[in-house]
Design a protein around this ligand. Structure first.
Ligand SMILES: O=C(O)CCC(=O)C(=O)O
Length: 292
């Protein structure tokens, strides 16, 4: 039997800031996630799709949403996280991201939000995205574009892009720097059941969906080494709006007690902290991999 190379995901993540795991999710979970996406899409108002025109949709997922608890506790995620060396993965938020037929691409951006903190320049990410693909996704129907290495190295785009997730970037035309092809970009071809895990600091975008069908994926955000995080970050992560209300773990009657998915949720009982200063645009220094 020919020897099959098992990719070193940890090394890929460190070097490139992302990795693709083919066929990670079993078919039944893919089917149930498609049902979840359909239900969510049906219940969303037209104004949502207008506000998130470049995402297509950005519909929050909560712990009650079937099959989300089964995804969190799935061997597929556990195996991926083990291979990546995540020591204490906790789920913090999730979204159904659908690109309608003939819809524009998503702008170049990165998703880290605390660039004034030293954690921003650490070797390992404080936060990762996990894109769960629910159908064949290629350049023609909105595949992900990434710039390998941009999670830890300054790239010309860092200085050219508007702040992500603002109306300003949403208003950028398709022929602006926010959308243009970049020589060192990679397009990730994915099939139903594939999983892309990325450091939220990596620069990424999507191609437009030029097809007559929807492109749907589920994006789950995790913090991979929760117990290692500074207190102020742990205090921040328990208060995310997709999560059950902070403090649920101290309510003995809370239905999450005894639920295996609860082990994947962040909890924090330490002192209160002022919010971590919010900064969406990187401030590179020489020490951090960029010219001062
Ligand atoms: O829809 C996608 O493929 C990417 C979504 C994304 O980059 C984001 O939500 O930050």
């Amino acid at each position: 039997m020919p020897h099959q190379e098992i990719p070193d995901l940890r090394e890929q993540m460190e070097t490139d800031g992302f990795c693709l795991i083919k066929g990670a999710l079993p078919d039944d979970l893919v089917t149930r996630l498609r049902d979840l996406a359909d239900r969510k899409l049906r219940s969303e108002k037209e104004s949502h799709f207008r506000r998130y025109a470049h995402h297509g949709s950005l519909i929050p997922i909560h712990i009650e949403d079937d099959p989300h608890p089964d995804v969190l506790t799935s061997p597929a995620l556990a195996d991926a996280f083990r291979r990546l060396g995540f020591t204490d993965p906790r789920w913090i938020s999730g979204y159904v991201i659908t690109k309608p037929p003939r819809s524009p691409g998503l702008w170049w951006h990165q998703d880290w939000w605390a660039w004034d903190h030293d954690l921003s320049f650490a070797h390992r990410p404080a936060q990762v995205f996990c894109m769960l693909y629910l159908q064949k996704t290629r350049r023609e129907n909105g595949a992900l574009r990434v710039i390998a290495g941009s999670h830890r190295n300054r790239h010309p785009l860092h200085d050219a892009l508007p702040e992500p997730h603002t109306q300003h970037i949403e208003d950028q035309p398709q022929d602006s720097v926010s959308h243009l092809p970049i020589p060192d970009e990679t397009t990730i071809d994915a099939d139903a059941g594939d999983l892309v895990i990325g450091d939220v600091r990596v620069l990424h975008a999507t191609h437009p969906n030029d097809r007559d069908t929807l492109r749907t994926a589920v994006d789950l955000l995790f913090t991979p080494d929760f117990r290692e995080l500074p207190e102020e970050f742990r205090a921040h992560y328990v208060r995310q709006f997709c999560l059950p209300e902070a403090g649920w773990w101290n309510d003995p009657g809370h239905p999450l007690h005894g639920d295996p998915a609860s082990a994947l949720l962040p909890t924090y009982d330490g002192p209160d902290h002022p919010p971590v200063p919010y900064r969406r645009l990187p401030r590179w220094t020489q020490a951090a991999g960029g010219a001062a």
